[in-house]
Ligand binder design. Structure first.
Ligand code: PGA
Length: 229
């Protein structure tokens, strides 16, 4: 990521990053902050688009992805506030469709995503593209899978506090990124990682669509890679 940002900046180009939340990218964000502080990596030429946001949470809710990204990355680097994009968690129902269209339009206007970072949920989701999401899906409202809500329950202090819906970039939106990197750590991801990489490409495992992308890589630790042939 640092090389991409630096090489594009040296040609006078911006870099559009698609960013992810969750525990998985935290070590990567720590390293980006270190590179900024110790090796003068500048994010002044970076434009960011996050994958998703919970519906029903204000920006400053402690569990909103807006808060997560500021706390874990944006507050510690020199990215401009106007270059940061996340879907809104508080858009009125009747405005969701146009909000999602504007998000897609903003990505296109920025020149498309140069580098998309992904985690993977136990449902196989990338972003919040739960089972049943088409490979052509675009940014939209999604009903969260029970497994996803269960995995989020501890941070929300109980399942009843976890939002039921989110806005997510679609699989089609994600697959248009020119470079995609998916990270997964730990044995609890091993079986879904195997399905995504070695299973059939199908809409029950959104991450399986990455098999068809010409510049996608999975970075796994031994736990997450444990079931691969
Ligand atoms: P995690 O979530 O990084 O907290 O495991 C990943 C995801 O649901 O995409």
């Amino acid at each position: 990521m640092a090389e991409l940002i630096r090489s594009r900046a040296s040609q006078g180009l911006t870099t559009v990053l698609g960013l992810a939340t969750g525990s998985t990218p935290l070590p990567l964000y720590q390293e980006l902050i270190r590179l900024h502080r110790e090796e003068a990596l500048s994010f002044e030429t970076v434009v960011t688009f996050n994958l998703d946001e919970y519906l029903g949470l204000e920006r400053d809710h402690p569990e909103s992805y807006w808060t997560f990204m500021h706390r874990n990355l944006f507050d510690h680097i020199d990215v401009s506030a106007e270059n940061i994009h996340l879907p809104s968690g508080t858009v009125a129902d009747e405005d969701i469709e146009s909000h999602c269209e504007s998000y897609e339009e903003a990505i296109r206007e920025a020149g498309g995503i140069d580098f998309q970072l992904l985690g993977i949920g136990r449902t196989g989701h990338i972003g919040f593209n739960e089972p049943g999401s088409s490979q052509f899906s675009r940014t939209r409202r999604i009903h969260l899978d029970p497994i996803t809500r269960q995995d989020a329950a501890p941070s929300f202090g109980g399942l009843e506090n976890v939002p039921t819906h989110a806005i997510t970039m679609g699989c089609g939106t994600i697959l248009e990124a020119r470079r995609i990197v998916l990270l997964a750590w730990g044995e609890k991801k091993a079986s879904i990682v195997k399905e995504a990489i070695e299973g059939p490409i199908n809409d029950q495992v959104s991450a399986s669509f990455l098999q068809d992308h010409d510049n996608a890589s999975f970075y796994l630790d031994p736990g997450a890679a444990a079931e691969l042939k």
